[in-house]
Each structure stands twice: as C-alpha cells, then as structure tokens.
Design a protein around this ligand. Sequence first.
Ligand code: KG4
Ligand code: ZN
Length: 340
Amino acid sequence: MLILGVESSCDETGIALYDTEQGLLAHALHSQVEMHAEYGGVVPELASRDHIRHVLPLTENVLKAANKTLQDINAIAYTQGPGLSGALLVGTSFAESLAFSLQIPTINVHHLEGHLLAPLLEINPPAFPFVALLVSGGHSQLMRVDGIGEYELLGDTLDDAAGEAFDKTAKLLGLGYPGGPALAKLAEQGMARFKLPRPLLNSGDLNFSFSGLKTAVLTLVNAHTNLDLQTKADIAWEFQEAVTEILTLKCMTALRETGLDNLVVSGGVGANSKLREKLNAATKRKLCKVSYPRLEFCTDNGAMIAFAGAMRLKAMQGNGNKSYGFSVRPRWDLAELQAP
Ligand code: KG4
Ligand code: ZN
C-alpha cells in the first residue's frame, strides 16, 4: 500500500510517500523559518498562506522522486492536530479533497503520534513496549507506549515545553528564531561558569518545569550590563546543561519505574547533541537501549505522518475514512488516542 503523508501543523510543509512493503520512498519539506524569523516567531496567517503555496509543488516533487503517479496512491494520511488551526486546515482540506477525487481512504493523524513513531522509520526500529520522551516546541512529555494508540502519560511539563524554553532563552540572549539550534551552537563555545537551578529534578514524579529556568537566565542577563559573547556562551552552556540533565534523569526514572529497558526520543529537542550524549551514557550504564529518529525527522516532517498513517491503516486492514468531511483539532490530547 502506498500512503501519501501531509504535514502542515505549524511552520513546515512536509510531504512524503511511504510504501508498506518498501518503506519510505520519498519525502520533501519546505521550512518557513526564514519568513517568520523577522517577526521573532510564527505568524499564523503567514504560515497558512505559505502552506497553500507549497503543498501542491511538494506533492508533485515526491511523486516524481518516487517515480509514481497520483493513481498509485492507496491512502492519504494527514495531520489533523494539534497545531495552528489555519495551517492545519490547508493540509486537511488538500488531503481530503485529493482523496475524494481519487476515491481512496484518508487517515487523520495526531501530530505527536507522528513524532512518537518517527524513530520506527529507522533500520533496527525499537520494539514495543518502550518509554518515549517527546520534547518539541510545544510539548515535553514522558509516555509509556505499548503499541499504536496505546499511550499512557507518565509525566508532563507544568509550564513551558523544553523547546519553548530553548527558544525563549535564546531570545533573551539575542539569538534568532528558532532559538534551540542557535543556542546549542553557541553553547559549544561556552564553559562551566554560572549555576542555574534544576527545577523539579528531585520532585519524585516525572513532571517538568522550565519557566523558572528562563527567569533565572533573565536575572543573569540583567546582572551583566555588558553581555559579551563569551558570557552569552557560558549562560547557553549552563542552560543546556540544566535542561539536558533534568530530561536525562527523568527518562532514567521512567525506565526504572516502568521496568522497561527501551527508551525512544522524539521531537525537535531530540536533535540536541548534548541531550543525546547524556542519554547515550546513562542508558548504557543501565544496560538500556535508546533510539532516536535521524536528525531531519526530529523536527516536523511528512515522513512521520505517512508512517503513522500507514501503521494505523494496517491495523484497520486498509479501512480508512471515506466520508471526506473534515475538521481540524488545534487542541488534542495524545492520551485520548485509541488503538485502531
Ligand atoms: O518538533 P518540532 O519541530 O516542532 C514542534 O512540534 O514543536 O520542534 C521544534 C523545537 C523548537 O523549539 C526548536 O528550538 C527545538 O525544537 N530544537 C532544538 C534543537 N533543534 C530544534 N532545541 C535544542 N537543540 C536543538 N539542536
Ligand atoms: Zn512537531
């Protein structure tokens, strides 16, 4: 079965073709980062208009790259939520109307389920059950995953998401948008000089809190009238150290408490090399396994949506949705999902 995947929940248009026998055939992405950079964050209306411009050309590109035609597609999977409603509407209406014209089924995918399953696109994919750390711009969650749609929330952020904390701290340091990768790059030049708090490190549960960390950075920034590059790099170093230390410790606690020995990391912050370094060392010490998506599939992309759709369609014996009516779900709790 050949599945077309469509992602348009935020500032990236992602399209992919996944074959249930041969795996991922092609994928294409258009990032709007440059367009939003001058505003210091995503402008929803601009995002929607840009998705409209790119969704068709990207689809044509992946079909060409995979040497397929529209008639070869058996089903269309698309992100129904969560995300920006206008942006979601572009991908959703495109997917449903194309499926209607081809008279093929659709599968509405939860964006975070896409992220969660992205590591399964790799060679030697992790087997269920596993603990998943989902760290993106909008979420920081620990889940127990027993199968497709079988997700138990173990811990969540009480305020900012990890990626959001990276972005806000980067802004305080005068770095561009999105701040995560820029802050990580600056931290490479930094060293241990400041000490930031580790909120909820020993809270005894699996929840996170990152907003206090950002406030502590603000206090440090305000204390320096002349914030030179080395000081900025040292703050970035310590901030990254604090976030990755908290995430690593909570992952290890989640593994211990669930009795599982398999950890899966996904979402944009999963691309952070310091986090990977710490998780690799900690899991090795405890004889556990850790898996990540390849770097380009940590952030938003169409491949993870096509794959999640394919998994669901397989479980439903190919019986996707054929009503072609549509709505988007800008707010949608992952724990609400059910096994297909
Ligand atoms: O998963 P994603 O593309 O979008 C959401 O669904 O939110 O994640 C984007 C987030 C942003 O906050 C970005 O700053 C962060 O992931 N990010 C990083 C890195 N690469 C992306 N944070 C830290 N280190 C990185 N290397
Ligand atoms: Zn995402």
